[in-house]
Design a protein around this ligand. Sequence first.
Ligand SMILES: C[S@@+](CC[C@H](N)C(=O)[O-])C[C@H]1O[C@@H](n2cnc3c(N)ncnc32)[C@H](O)[C@@H]1O
Length: 264
Amino acid sequence: MTIAAIDFSRLYRDHMALAGKPKTGSAWDIRAREMNRREKKSRYADEFIARMDLSDARTLLDVGCGSGAICLPLASRLERVIGLDYSQGMLDELKENIAAQGITNAESLHLAWENDWSEVPECDIVVASRSTQVQDLGAALAKLDAKARKRVYLTHLVGGHSIDPRIFDAIGRQPRPMPDYIYALNILHSRNIHPRLDYLEGDGPLTSVSSFDELLQRTAWSLGGLDASECARLQTWFEEVMANGGLKTTVRWAFISWEKAGDD
Ligand SMILES: C[S@@+](CC[C@H](N)C(=O)[O-])C[C@H]1O[C@@H](n2cnc3c(N)ncnc32)[C@H](O)[C@@H]1O
C-alpha cells in the first residue's frame, strides 16, 4: 500500500465522528461574550497576523471569524473585510467591535461552513483561525481554496486537545483528542497543494478560568454535561491545581498557508 491509497478526508471524518457531537452555532453563542473579552488580552492574533503577507491584497474573508480577532485588526490595511460565522452571538460581538473601533469597511455573513457558499464573495485572502474543527475538513479546505484569489491562512490544533487533557484524568474519563493538523496537511497534499507550515502558541483552554463555577460551566460546555461524581472530582482537582500555580497553560497551533496557483 502507498500513501496515495489513503483517503485522508474520510479518515478525518471517521476520527471526528469518534470525538463527539458537533457544536451548534447556538452553543458558541454562550461563549461569545467571554471569548471576545479574553481575546483582547491575547497575543495569538498578533502572532497570526505577523505571519501573513498582505501584498497586492484588497479583500479578506475570515471564516469562523468569532468576534473578529483576525479580520478587524486588518481592516485598516484592506478595502473590504468579511467575517463569516454560524454563531449569531459571535457576530453580535463582531458588530459591537466594528462600531466601537469606528470601522467602516467590515461586513458579517451569518453562514456555516456546511451551508451553500455560492453568495460568499471570492477574496484575495481567506483565513480560518482556530475554526476548522468541522465534521468534514476535506470539504472545508476545498471551500477556503475556492474562495481565495491569492493566499489562504489557517490554524489547526497540534495534538487535538481542545479540552485540557488533565480534565479527563481528573473526572475519570478517557481522553478523546480531536483530529489534529496532520490531516489538513495530508488532505492538501493529496490535492497537489503543498502548504507552508509554521507553529504559534496560544493560551490553553482554561487559562482565563478563575473560579470553580467557571471551570464547571466550561467543562460541561465542552463535554456536553457532567454527572454528580464527575463534578465532585473536578472540584477536588480544581482546588489542588489552584493551590499549585493555577490553570494557565499554552497550546500549539499549526499555522498552515498556501498560495493559489499562479500567485507564487
Ligand atoms: C475558537 S473560535 C475562533 C474565533 C476566531 N477565528 C479567533 O481565532 O479568535 C471558533 C469560531 O468558529 C465558529 N464555527 C465553528 N464551527 C463553525 C461552523 N460549522 N460554521 C461556521 N462557523 C463555525 C464558532 O462560532 C466560533 O466563532
